[in-house]
Design a protein around this ligand. Structure first.
Ligand code: DI6
Ligand code: FE
Length: 422
């Protein structure tokens, strides 16, 4: 299995000059990065970045031992190393729970029916509007910590449970605060177009106008969002309403993404692709025209098997078509209280294989290099290459397929974020 971003033969000149004349901070020696051969590697980090990845040799280790103090040389002893995991789609800032709806759905009431009855997203909106900034932080910190404990080094967090100015800003500020309080990178996404709030009942156009005129400009002015998202669906917003939002996002220089073709095929994915969007997410009802548009736009397919499973969806995303057109596939938790209250990215890897038919290698790429691309962070993280962020994980596994094949004990041996072991 090729682990992302490993140079085929290590660096061109793995000689010591690269070590002796550059102040390396730390060296992780005897790391297994690929199953193409038995070659072990050394990961050299400096100022939070990967300085180099070079073949391990007794000579190089000796050179390191003569130039670094012992505490800066970490012997991975043949352990597997992958890029830090990336959860590229979560709604993890929210208050309240939806266990009552879980029971309703088990009795056969559909997600859409519950939403049309005023439950669903709106139930969480009411709780989140009532919660203070500090309460949202207190609720969200353990959720991010749980992902960190699984080896996640980058997490995307959306707004979308405010649906009015004050709470949308509060959610995004909380998401930004999480990054300053925990050893993790947070990518924030404005999802004001998540559902129609009661203040705009039967007036979706008026609500989109409100988002375009007031909320998105305020979000952009405070630089609270790294991207703009929407829910293009019968119980969400139309393609044309989402287009208007995307036009304003483009004016503010914000990339776009979308919850599209989750419950039906409205053409939301083609709209995201038309705007060269970062990703289209869910995609159970995606058609070939949509896949083709994604391939032409370089838009990433974000698969959300947790929501598929939890809503007992039966329509599978067109995995074979995505492969055929070379559309990168990412995998994420979609962690939210309604459709995917499942806070395990490793479980999503397993579900992507078992339910959607991905290979373990595709699943690993789905939570590393492709997830980075879905956030526009492909030049920063998701691969083990010089100049990338030194975000990586050391695993107690015998092969990378184990990361998707089983969920027994947590096999994370060590997580490294920005070069700092945690
Ligand atoms: N699709 C989903 O599955 C989530 N949002 C969306 O647009 C559901 C969010 C929720 O039910 O709270
Ligand atoms: Fe979602």
């Amino acid at each position: 299995m090729a682990v992302n971003g490993v140079p085929a033969t290590g660096s061109s000149d793995g000689d010591n000059t690269r070590i002796n004349n550059v102040p390396i901070d730390r060296a992780w020696i005897n790391a297994r990065l690929s199953d193409r051969d038995d070659q072990l590697y050394i990961i050299l980090t400096r100022s939070g970045l990967i300085h180099d990845v070079i073949p391990s040799s007794a000579e190089t280790v000796a050179a390191l031992q003569s130039s670094l103090n012992a505490a800066s040389i970490i012997d991975v002893a043949g352990g597997w190393v992958t890029p830090g995991l990336i959860d590229c789609h979560t709604h993890l800032v929210f208050a309240g729970h939806r266990a009552n709806e879980f029971e309703q759905r088990l009795q056969g009431v559909s997600y859409e029916t519950i939403a049309r009855q005023g439950g669903g997203i709106m139930a969480t909106v009411q709780q989140t509007r009532k919660a203070s900034f500090d309460e949202l932080l207190k609720l969200s910190m353990p959720r991010v910590q749980a992902l960190i404990d699984q080896g996640v080094t980058t997490v995307e967090i959306k707004s979308g449970y405010g649906l009015e100015l004050e709470t949308e800003l509060k959610m995004l500020r909380a998401a930004r605060e999480l990054e300053s309080r925990l050893p993790v990178r947070v990518s924030t996404t404005f999802l004001g177009a998540h559902a129609l709030p009661p203040e705009y009942h039967n007036n979706a156009d008026g609500y989109i106008d409100f988002l375009c005129r007031e909320v998105l400009p305020a979000v952009a002015t405070e630089q609270l969002a790294d991207a703009v998202d929407m829910f293009c669906e019968g119980i969400g917003f139309s393609v044309e309403q989402c287009r208007r939002l995307f036009e304003v996002a483009a004016k503010h220089g914000l990339p776009v993404k979308g919850h599209t073709e989750q419950l039906s095929c409205l053409g939301g994915t083609r709209l995201v692709s038309e705007f060269k969007g970062l990703s289209a997410d869910h995609l159970e009802y995606l058609d070939e025209a949509g896949v083709k548009a994604m391939a032409q736009a370089g838009t990433v397919a974000v698969l959300l098997p947790g929501a598929f499973y939890y809503l007992r969806e039966t329509k599978l995303p067109p995995i074979e078509l995505l492969r055929q057109y070379g559309v990168p596939m990412a995998i994420a938790t979609d962690f939210n209280p309604g459709s995917s209250p499942l806070l395990s990215l490793r479980l999503m890897m397993n579900m992507a294989c078992v339910l959607f038919g991905l290979t373990p290698d595709e699943a690993l790429k789905g939570v590393t290099v492709n997830a980075a691309q879905a956030l526009g962070l492909q030049d920063m993280t998701g691969k083990l290459l010089p100049g990338m962020q030194a975000d990586f994980c050391v695993w107690n596994i015998s092969c990378p397929a184990e990361l998707a094949s089983e969920l027994a004990v947590n096999t994370l041996h060590q997580r490294v974020f920005a070069g700092e072991p945690g």
